[in-house]
Design a protein. Structure first.
Length: 390
């Protein structure tokens, strides 16, 4: 059979691409072709994905020449793609992650709740004041996580306009290199000359770490990865989550009638939308799995959108159901690289969605659903614009 290709665009923003569904027919592990003609393994089975993601013979090191590159754009910056954490294997990964864990405990994240609620109210005040119609990616989904990131890192409040503007520009692709440079320079200054201005937060924790002696540049690189990993993902989950809820009014009515359902709604939306669709690894040794041998240097892609809809794991995976246990989805990954910010993401999403639908009970799309633009397959899945009225 002709190998299938990666990436593919979704035809509906809240459904996996039809081509990925077709790949599942070949079994839990099959072949896909990349843009440069290279063939890689596509993982679509839930059990196989979880087995492989905890296997230390899989590497995330982008400097490995055999690491699969999923677009021409990524190939052109390949030599600069050595992000800490996400692009590093153990044992170095473990040391880096260990430095950050104190900033992401349940206790720390819970202590941020009042601030996140305050931020959500402030962003919604501005939306309401401007009045209907509104465009919710720019007015809600992007600024809210950006403000939370500012707070998480400990960026002084006086600088939040500068910080949020650069973050949004960098992550929405408007002049990303320039914004990246400006943010990096700003952060270097903040953890160096301007340490006395640091608020409570991750930067302060790292600067004060007793055995830390962390190089200023390394510290800033870690913060940049957290920013890149945490902002666009959360903003995309918000925009696509709102769109999906508006497209399922009967499901939305259930949670409006019983707001205690919001945590379950967020979990089910994470599974159903699987916005990081297709993360990559390279094999560093031969691996036998499901009657297949993955060879050393083979590339591997995890097609999360179909893994999270594996019928062996849950019934009716294509329907949204707030009343089922959804915990074992892999929307946050699995194994040593499982999302460090997942507890924070959950809190932001619960507070933001609950506040939005409570504040604007008549919220509805201001365009035909098929005319609302969403991101292409290679990107983190989400809406480009979200026109609404109330
Ligand atoms: C809904 C929002 C989010 C989604 C869907 C998401 C998804 C993911 C996924 C799938 C991975 C694993 C990728 C892989 O194994 O290759 C990951 C890793 C990571 N995420 Fe998230 N993420 C979200 C929010 C956040 C937030 C809010 C933060 C931080 C503030 C964050 C920080 C990170 C970091 C640092 C890693 C790398 C962890 C490591 O390599 O050890 N994420 N995320």
């Amino acid at each position: 059979m002709e190998p299938r290709t990666f990436p593919q665009d979704r035809t509906c923003p809240h459904q996996p691409p039809e081509g990925y569904r077709a790949v599942t027919e070949d079994g839990p592990i099959s072949r896909l072709k990349l843009w440069d003609g290279r063939e890689v393994w596509a993982i679509t089975g839930h059990a196989e994905a979880r087995r492989l993601l905890v296997d230390s013979r899989l590497s995330t090191d982008r400097r490995n020449p055999a690491f699969p590159v999923t677009s021409a754009a990524a190939a052109s910056i390949r030599n600069r793609l050595t992000p800490p954490l996400v692009g590093v294997d153990d044992p170095v990964h473990k040391v880096q992650r260990g430095m950050l864990i104190p900033s992401f405990t349940h206790r720390r994240i819970n202590s941020l709740r009042p601030h996140i609620q305050e931020i959500a109210e402030r962003v919604l005040d501005a939306v309401v004041e401007k009045g209907a119609p509104a465009e919710l990616v720019g007015a809600f989904a992007q600024p809210l996580p950006s403000m939370v990131m500012c707070h998480l890192l400990g960026v002084p409040y006086d600088d939040h306009d500068f910080f949020e503007e650069r973050t949004t520009r960098m992550l929405s692709g408007q002049n990303p290199a320039e914004s990246w440079g400006e943010l990096r320079a700003y952060m270097l200054d903040l953890v160096g000359e301007n340490q006395h201005r640091l608020g409570e937060g991750l930067f302060g924790d790292l600067v004060a770490a007793p055995d830390g002696k962390v190089d200023r540049g390394d510290l800033v690189d870690l913060a940049m990865v957290i920013l890149a990993a945490g902002h666009e993902t959360t903003a995309s989950m918000l925009s696509l989550g709102i769109f999906t809820l508006l497209r399922h009014p009967e499901r939305l009515a259930e949670v409006r009638a019983d707001p205690s359902l919001w945590p379950a709604v967020v979990e089910e939306l994470l599974r159903y939308l699987s916005i990081t669709d297709g993360f990559t690894r390279v094999a560093t040794a031969d691996i036998e799995i499901a009657d297949i041998t993955i060879r050393k240097d083979d590339g591997i892609i995890f097609l999360t959108s179909v893994i999270n809809r594996d019928e062996d794991v849950r019934e009716r995976p294509d329907s949204l159901d707030w009343h089922r246990a959804t915990q074992n989805h892999i929307a946050f990954g699995f194994g040593i690289h499982q999302c460090l910010g997942q507890n924070l993401a959950r809190v932001i999403l619960r507070i933001a969605l609950h506040s939005l639908f409570e504040r604007l009970p008549d919220l509805r799309l201001a365009a035909a659903p098929e005319d609302v633009p969403f991101k292409p397959g290679i990107a983190i899945q989400g809406m480009i614009e979200l026109p609404v009225t109330w």
